[in-house]
Every structure is written in structure tokens, then in C-alpha cells.
Design a protein around this ligand. Structure first.
Ligand SMILES: [Mg+2]
Length: 404
């Protein structure tokens, strides 16, 4: 029997009272019992069903794993049971993995650091094995067609800093408009949002595209500013065209990074995601244009470009890890990727429909720890299992059968 950690168990903690006054030296101790899940603290308990040892075949594994995060490894800020142990099992057995999430709003470095802390990882997850919804935008940062971009979403002005970190030259956010123009969004709480904005220069910018990095926090402000930009003269801030002219000539490019309508956090029911914001913006645009569709591009799971980006990232990461083992291992091609997710509409649908340019086979595994509920469609998942550890156990057994 091995002793491993499991979160979400009642446990006891010890709180030391302040020393009593008047010469009482010894502190008395008060014992309280709190559910550990609320405090993010794992508890040592016996665990009787460890993952099987991976046989040493003298060569590196020809398979790898891709994990979603919310609903698979964590629920909001709470780690899910067996997530840490499962990732460390893969690390210890030299089985490459990466994380692919439709979340975002912070830099990759910040996200990975937070996840390592939340999971209390012994074998740290690297930034180089992590792709979030807006990471693929990085590839377009130096495009001559994207000199100035309006970016939306996230907390405070974080996404502006993320976009600049990617290399976008001029980045504006809705809070900049709030700071610059009286009455631009009359129902927005200025005392909150304007503190994150920067006054636009007197020579007002010409926006080339709208990029939704993360879920917008103030839909009224963001929809108002996006509509203003889409109805402007070629993105020139402060101008306005006739709606009929915009319909005839087309509007500026709009990109969404996350197509999820729902996502799972610590609340008992799934929460609205970025696609809900898109639906709201589309509805407003239809009302303004007499029924015209907003022409926008969406990346993120389940879309092909995001899976291609993820496969490139995983291939680079795997090559780097295997190089470290290179002295004594052969390096076979990557034949299979197990995509482990909780959302049939994104994780599972994406893995099932993905066409790998390398001919890699993507196998979808659905877990019951997130969005998916019994009775829902499983999206055609190859397997449906209780949690992330069972997903890896199933995949390891599949590999054994394939190689038997
Ligand atoms: Mg998820």
C-alpha cells in the first residue's frame, strides 16, 4: 500500500492561541475540524490503487497526453483529487504531457506558476508545456496588418500587458476609451474601470482588429466600444460611418479565443463562458444592422488551428524532454495523443475532429469531474471515466493492449 495525498477530505488543523497573560507561559491549543477542500490543503491518507508501473522497453513512449485544466485538474482555485499525483506519475515515467485550456487572461508564466502552487507540484509544470486560449495570437503579433489592436477581457489591464508581451505594438483596451471620452459608456462604473485605463493620445489610434483574449468583465462597456470601432472609418477611433456603408464594405476583423458556452468552476452548475459574450455582441450587431451576421473568427478548442498549435507545442516539448533521455533511449515518432477533458463540446469534439498534419492519432477521454453530467451527450468520447487518474490508467492499459 502506498501513501499518497488526496484532496477534499475532512481534516483537523491546529490553531495556537495567543499566550495567556499574567505569567501563563504555555500556549494552549485549540483543535478545529474544517473541510480541507475549502482551504486547498491535501491530506495524507492511504491510497490503495496506484497507477501501474510503465514497463521499460528501452525506448521512449510513442504516446503523450494533453489535459484540459478546469474540471480536470482543478475546480476554480481548488485542486481536484489525484490531479497532482497523476501529473507527477507521468513526469516520473518520462511520458510527455501538456496542458491545453480555453482559459486565459494572464501570461503563460503567471498561469503556470499559479497552477504549480495550487496543485503543490513537486515536478513543476513548465510554461513550454502550456497553451491557453490566446497563446496562438502570439504568432500574429508582428503582422503588418495588426499595428493597433483592441483587446478585451480579463481582470484589470492584464490582457493589455499579455498582448504587449506577445509583441503587439499598440494595444488599447475599453478602459482606455472610458478614461479618454466623457460619456462613452454611461452605465459603466467609472470609479472601477477608469483606474485601469490610459488616456488615448491626441492623435487618436486607428484600430486594425478586435481580439477577445478572455471573458469580458463589463459586457456593456466592451460591446459599446467594439460597436463604435466596427462602425468607424476603417477603425479610426472617434469617427462614424453609416451602417449601410459598413454592411456594404464589411467591418474590421474580430477574433475570439474561446468558443466555450459553459465552463466549470467551484459553483454547483456550469458558468457562462466567452461564447455567451459573443452571442450578446452578435445579437446587438444584428439589431444594429437589420439582421446581418457579425463576421468573426474563433480559435480555441474544439477548433483545428488550436489543436495544430497544441500539437506543435507538444512535439517541441516532447523532443526536448526525450533529448534529456537521449543517451539511452530511442525516439520513436509520436503515434497517439490522449486528450483528457471534461467538456464534450470542446475537449472531446476537438480531439475527435482534429486532422493531424503529422498523422498522429488523437484519442478523446472524458472525465466526470467537470461540465459533463450523466445523461449528457459524451460527444463521442473513446472512454468516459471518473477522474484524471482513471483517464491515464485507461490510456496506459490501452497502450499495453496495443503493444501486447
Ligand atoms: Mg474544462
Amino acid at each position: 500500500m502506498s501513501f499518497l495525498t488526496l484532496a477534499f477530505r475532512p481534516c483537523s488543523r491546529t490553531i495556537a492561541r495567543k499566550p495567556f497573560p499574567s505569567g501563563v507561559v504555555a500556549a494552549r491549543q485549540l483543535h478545529q475540524t474544517l473541510p480541507c477542500a475549502r482551504r486547498n490543503k491535501p491530506v495524507e491518507i492511504p491510497y490503495e490503487n496506484p497507477l501501474p508501473p510503465v514497463p521499460d522497453r528501452g525506448e521512449a513512449p510513442d504516446y503523450a497526453f494533453v489535459f484540459d485544466i478546469d474540471g480536470v485538474l482543478v475546480h476554480g482555485s481548488n485542486p481536484l483529487p489525484r490531479a497532482k499525483e497523476t501529473l507527477e506519475y507521468l513526469h516520473d515515467n518520462h511520458i510527455p504531457y501538456m496542458l491545453l485550456t480555453n482559459g486565459g487572461g494572464y501570461s503563460e508564466a503567471a498561469q503556470v506558476q499559479q497552477l504549480n502552487q495550487r496543485l503543490r507540484m513537486r515536478a513543476f509544470i513548465s510554461e513550454q508545456q502550456f497553451v491557453q486560449s490566446h497563446t496562438p495570437f502570439k504568432e500574429h503579433a508582428s503582422s503588418p496588418h495588426l499595428r493597433t489592436v483592441l483587446v478585451l477581457g480579463g481582470v484589470k489591464e492584464n490582457v493589455k500587458e499579455v498582448a504587449k508581451g506577445y509583441g503587439f505594438r499598440n494595444v488599447v483596451i475599453p478602459a482606455d476609451f472610458l478614461k479618454s471620452f466623457q460619456g462613452v459608456s454611461p452605465f459603466t462604473d467609472k470609479s472601477h474601470y477608469s483606474q485601469f485605463g490610459t488616456k488615448l493620445p491626441k492623435n487618436l489610434p486607428k484600430v486594425d482588429a478586435v481580439l477577445v483574449f478572455n471573458d469580458p468583465r463589463d459586457w456593456a462597456l466592451d460591446i459599446q466600444v467594439v460597436v463604435d470601432v466596427l462602425l468607424s472609418e476603417g477603425g479610426q477611433v472617434g469617427t462614424r460611418r453609416r451602417v449601410e456603408d459598413v454592411i456594404r464594405d464589411g467591418h474590421l476583423p474580430v477574433y475570439f479565443s474561446n468558443p466555450d458556452l459553459w465552463w466549470a468552476n467551484e459553483y454547483q452548475h456550469a458558468r457562462l463562458g466567452q461564447r455567451a459574450f459573443r452571442a450578446a455582441l452578435e445579437g446587438v450587431w444584428r439589431s444594429i444592422t437589420g439582421g446581418q451576421e457579425l463576421k468573426a473568427t474563433t480559435i480555441g478548442k474544439p477548433h483545428q488551428p488550436t489543436y495544430e498549435f497544441a500539437e506543435d507545442t507538444l512535439t517541441r516539448w516532447r523532443a526536448r524532454k526525450l533529448k534529456q533521455l537521449g543517451a539511452f533511449m530511442d525516439h520513436p515518432e509520436l503515434k497517439r495523443v490522449y486528450m483528457v477533458g471534461d467538456n464534450p463540446a470542446s475537449d472531446i469534439a476537438g480531439a475527435n475532429s482534429y486532422k493531424s498534419p503529422r498523422g498522429t492519432d488523437w484519442v478523446s477521454v472524458l472525465v466526470r469531474t467537470g461540465v459533463f453530467r450523466e445523461g449528457d451527450s459524451d460527444g463521442g468520447a473513446k472512454a468516459v471515466v471518473d477522474n484524471v487518474e482513471e483517464a491515464v490508467r485507461w490510456a496506459i492499459e490501452e497502450e499495453r493492449d496495443l503493444k501486447a
